[in-house]
Every structure is written in structure tokens, then in C-alpha cells.
Write a protein that binds this ligand. Sequence first.
Ligand SMILES: Cc1cc2nc3c(=O)[nH]c(=O)nc-3n(C[C@H](O)[C@H](O)[C@H](O)COP(=O)(O)OP(=O)(O)OC[C@H]3O[C@@H](n4cnc5c(N)ncnc54)[C@H](O)[C@@H]3O)c2cc1C
Length: 511
Amino acid sequence: MNAPKLLTDSRTRAAYAEGAGIYRIVPAGVAIPTNVGELAELVRWASQTRTPLIPRGAGSGMPGGNVGTGVIVDLTRGFTDLTIDAKRRVARCGASVTWAQVTEAARVHGLRLPPDPSSGAFATSGGMVATNAAGPRSVRYGSVRQWVEALEIVGVDGEPRTVRRGTGSRLPGIDLRLLPKFPRTRKSSSGYALDRFAESGDELDLLIGSEGTLALVTAVHWRLDPIPPDQAGVALGFDELGALAEAVPFLLSLNPSAVELLDASLLRLIPDAPPSAVLLLVEFERETAAAARGVVGDAVRGLKHHVAHVETAVDRAGLEKLWEVRRLASPALARLPASQRSLQVIEDGCVPVEQLGEYVVGLRAAAERHRVPVAIFGHAGDGHVHVNALPDLTQSSWTQSLTHLFNDVIECLIRLDGVPSGEHGVGRLRAGVLERFYGATGMEAFRDVKRAYDPLSILNPGVIIPAADWTPLAGLKVGEDAAAIPDDIAARLREMERAAGWGTPKLELAR
Ligand SMILES: Cc1cc2nc3c(=O)[nH]c(=O)nc-3n(C[C@H](O)[C@H](O)[C@H](O)COP(=O)(O)OP(=O)(O)OC[C@H]3O[C@@H](n4cnc5c(N)ncnc54)[C@H](O)[C@@H]3O)c2cc1C
């Protein structure tokens, strides 16, 4: 078996220089393995030559784990197998298979993969596992972690193996008793999940969310769940952010399947959105239509003293309309003037649910202090909000302002016992702040994990474990210092970002 050809022409390298998120880093080359044997050969070659590899799916990840100066390993082409065992409710999906493809194949059996990333049309199984992805429904069903039965991986030794849940670990001794207390957020994709590993003793828990730094995933065995028969929902608008402190825990007590938040900072960009300080979109899944309608009534009655705007949705058309406002958010951001870029630098903080209101207040204050407009939305039920910074690129000090904003928001997250990433991962962007969340002991444990799997740091160096010269806002895709790439490729990458076209094969851009 031969290693795949290394593509090193400048147009191909440029086509892989960006992912979603803020970076443009031109790689040394690109390899597109078409099967496990080729991938294993590539990894052996990389280990022998000490060439860094950057595993990559669709490239829709935000914090820069899918870009780098080494060789990009494009895993979107060769790993497309998809088989469903409906009886066992398990789907075995090659790493290239997207969430949408799993969903479509499972639907005919009345099954689904419950966590539902908004990027499901293009996010690959490998990418979702590597980032411990989640979605609106994660408030009820958790992130992808608990839906992984087994992973097929290739380690840095080039050996393929399968890691199954419940079969323990072969990781050499890390004294888990020395671990610091991890923040108690409902979601986290912030470093190796040593807390989960300490509970389960399962190697799977270290691999899930490891962002391509420990192994390359070639297939995922997803656990599936029956599609629930009925749904109903309600949009609740509040005039005060303070109302969140009571409203969100109350809604959680009703076992919702989504509690999504749109802040005034985003609502003002969406035509016909209610003029609320904050809008919650809530969905319930139940066994019968009556039960779904009933719980919507409970939600409205329970919050009647707090809400300024109520719109219920008890059928499919109503639900479509309810979610329309959320769907209009991305096009609204894409319509911003060319001088105002939407940049994801503080986009994924997560706090304990009871701290959510205070976090949003802190975000707004930091944005005002540094004069960087922001748009805030996300997963209120998990204490997790996305924040797009919208700096004016015509201001000479915009990178400085963005750096101050980044630092202030990290401070705020630490103060509120939060984590820097709820679902997108640490990538390069947040690698240098992990120590402030987990302390020197936690960081040393992370380094021990990395050394145990990848002693020469071949796999995604600079991701999770920071590079010695870590600078979060270097290598940006915007501004005067952005790396030079051909204009037509830059324009197509920009279009891909605006239209969320991450499913486009990147080689097409190079033609
Ligand atoms: C419009 C938009 C909406 C989004 N919405 C959500 C959302 O709702 N929820 C959410 O969680 N995320 C969301 N994301 C982020 C992103 O889609 C997810 O992080 C997704 O899981 C990344 O999948 P990917 O295939 O694009 O991986 P990539 O971006 O290519 O890679 C992401 C990370 O995974 C690693 N990786 C990829 N494939 C493999 C593999 N086979 N083996 C080992 N490591 C690998 C990479 O090295 C990198 O560190 C969104 C992004 C966009 C652009």
C-alpha cells in the first residue's frame, strides 16, 4: 500500500488555507487518502520525517484546528461507508459521512442521531467526534459524546484499531486523583475530557473532543435513538436580561428539547424580529400531540409574569415559523457591510446555567468597553452562547480592540466558573488560555495525555497544547497581514463562508 500523493502546488495549498473561523494559514501540502491503508502509510511517513499532520473534515470548525503549516489530511473523500443496524440502533459511518447523511439513512428506520449541529449539512462524522459537537437539541440529549459506541482510529504509529465503549483504556498511568476540579458546565469541548475519563475509565472519552491531536478517526459507530412522535414550541420574549435567571431553570424543569437564545444585539439585525431584550425559542418533544401542547401551556403559564412576547407553535407550520427567526440570523450577519467582518474569537464560551444572565451582561459590557459590536445567540438551556464579534475593519486599532475583548471575555468566563468552549473546541485560538481554566496541574495532565499518544507531536501541533509562540490573533484571514493567496481562491473562500458552503470539495477551488 502506498501513501497518497502529496499535493504541494500553490493553488491547492491556498484552497486549504482557511476553515470557518478567523485564520488563514497556508499549509506545506495536502494529502487525500482514499482508504485506511493509505492513511496508515501517510502517518508512518509523517512520523519518520517528523512532518506535522492536520486532520481535516469539511473545514467548518471555528477555532483553527483544521488549518496549519504542516500537511492537511483531507478525510472527506475516502471514508464514505454507511451501514445501519436498525435492530441494534447503531450506524457505522466512515469519517467522511456527514450528520445529514446519517440522519437521512436513519430516518427510514424511524431513528436519528439526536445531537443536531446547525452545520449538519456538511459537518463530517470525524469532525463532529473530534470537536465533541452539539446542537440545539443537546439540552436534552447531550453532545455527541454519549452517542459514540466505538471509534475506528489510526494512531501516530500508523496502526489501525477500534476503541469500544466499556472496554477500558490502555493509556499509561496518569494519576487522576491529582486532577483539579473541572468547571461544572453542562457542555464542554475544552481540552481532553479527563473528568469524563476519570468517571468512565474509557479511552473513548479521551479521544472524543481531542481535535485530531491524539489519533485520526476513520469511522464512528453512532448510537441512534427513535424519532419522537410529536413536537410543539413557543417563542418567549423578555424585556430584561435578568429574567433569564428564573426563566431558563424553570424551562429546564419541563424537559425541553431546545432552549435557544437570541439577544437584542442579533435581533436588531433580523427584519420583523420582536424588539425584546432577549428571545427564547423553546421546543418540546413528547409521545403525543396533547402532551406536547400541554407542556407549552405549562411553560407560558409558569412565566406569564416575566414575558413581554409569546408566540406558540403547535403544528409543523407553526414550528417552521418559530425557527425562521433563528434561520434568518446567519443571512443577517452575511449582509453586513464589507468593512464589518463577523469574526469568531469569543464565540463559544459556556457557563453554569444559573450564570447565563451575568455572562451575557459581561459580554455586552466588554463589547461596549472595547467598541466592538457583537451579535449574541445560542443555547440558553446549556448556559452556552455564541458571540460573533463584528469589528469595523476601517478602524486602525481593530485587532487591538479584538484582543482586549478576547482577554476580557476569558476573564469573565473564569470568574463565572465557565469553560472557553462549549462545542467548537479549543483549536489554536484558545490553546493558550486552557491553563488559566485548569491550572498548571490540569495542563500538565493534558500534556501527559498528548505525550502518551503522540510523543513527537506529529498530530495537529499547536492545537489544545499551545505552541511556544502562541498568539491567538496572528495568522488572520482579514487585514493587511493576511497571507497572500490567489484572488479568485480568496473570493471563493469568502463566498463559502457567507453561504455556509463548507461541503464544497476544496480541490474545486484550486482548479
Ligand atoms: C454555519 C456553521 C454552524 C455551525 N454550527 C455548529 C453547531 O450547531 N454545533 C457544533 O458543535 N458546531 C457547529 N459548527 C462548527 C463545526 O461545524 C463543527 O465543529 C463540526 O463538528 C466540524 O466538522 P468538520 O467536518 O467541518 O471538521 P473540521 O472543521 O475539518 O475539523 C474540526 C476539528 O476536528 C479535527 N478532525 C476533523 N476530522 C477528523 C478526523 N477524521 N479524525 C481526527 N480529527 C479530525 C480537525 O483536526 C479539527 O481539529 C458550525 C460551523 C458553521 C460554519
